[in-house]
Write a protein that binds this ligand. Structure first.
Ligand code: ZN
Length: 273
């Protein structure tokens, strides 16, 4: 599943390729699952609109569009296996394609997803939410005070809290485990009992690791390709994630795997307290 750095990389790649283009026509598949907004209104809203910017919010890819100067947003969530491809029209359409946006340049933006956990939706500005903001707070932008406030009084483990998308959005399993290791915090610790200084360390670690992964172009180990359909990203060196039984890079103690919040959780029993 693409995590925040991969989603950021894809959003940036798509933005560089199609920003400023106009959507000439839209084709959507007849499968129900990908469409959180019904296909007809989605197609109507997209057709003829101009793509002003493509960016990331949480793990969503957000297309800022204007339709007769009226702002509208197209929201893409890649789910487990979703891909966005910018292709020449002559490139054969891959199986499991659920959306094709034909652009003024003649190129096509294609959404392909064989497992159909990805989601496509429209966001129209309304009174309370002019721009799509996603379910939780943005991990790269959140202040230290707001970060600490998120976990106050929470009785769940810090690992589960980090994965809770309504608190922080976009943090997945890899970056939760890695940031807890860097901050020296045991994943089972109750979120609401962590000290302010531990939470400050955790926020700093999380932001540093996410930024590093973004600068490397994401670190996904799943079947994932960038906006041109080119496979292969640098893999960030993980310190604990998927290193079960291997020596901790700091103290040599074997890395332990447990299951927490339903997810494989990797930690050093000695460095994390
Ligand atoms: Zn260790």
């Amino acid at each position: 599943m693409p995590e925040l750095p991969e989603v950021e990389t894809i959003a940036t790649g798509v933005n560089e390729r199609i920003r400023g283009a106009r959507i000439k026509s839209v084709w959507l598949s007849s499968y129900k699952e990908p469409f959180k907004t019904a296909p007809d209104p989605m197609s109507d809203a997209l057709t003829g609109s101009r793509i002003n910017l493509v960016h990331r919010v949480g793990k969503h890819i957000v297309f800022d569009l204007s339709q007769n100067k009226r702002p509208i947003q197209w929201i893409v969530h890649l789910g487990m296996t979703g891909r966005l491809l910018v292709s020449a029209a002559a490139v054969p359409i891959p199986p499991h394609t659920h959306a094709i946006l034909t652009l003024s340049s003649g190129r096509e933006l294609r959404f392909v997803d064989h497992r159909r956990f990805g989601r496509l939706a429209l966001h129209t500005p309304n009174g309370s939410e002019t721009s799509f903001r996603g379910p939780g707070q943005e991990p790269l932008a959140i202040s230290a005070a707001d970060f600490a406030a998120l976990f106050r009084g929470r009785k769940l483990s810090i690992k589960a809290a980090l994965l809770n998308q309504s608190l922080l959005h976009g943090v997945g399993n890899i970056y939760a485990d890695e940031s807890l290791f860097h901050a020296g915090i045991r994943p089972t610790r109750i979120a609401g009992r962590l000290t302010r200084s531990q939470l400050d360390k955790l926020r700093t670690a999380l932001q540093q690791i996410l930024r590093k992964a973004i600068s490397l172009g994401g670190s996904s180990i799943s079947d994932y390709v960038d906006a041109d359909g080119v496979a292969g990203f640098f893999q960030l060196e993980h310190r604990v994630y998927m290193r079960t039984g291997q020596p901790c890079l700091v103290c040599g103690t074997p890395i332990r795997r447990t299951v927490l919040a339903g997810r494989g959780t990797h930690s050093c029993p000695r460095c994390q307290r």
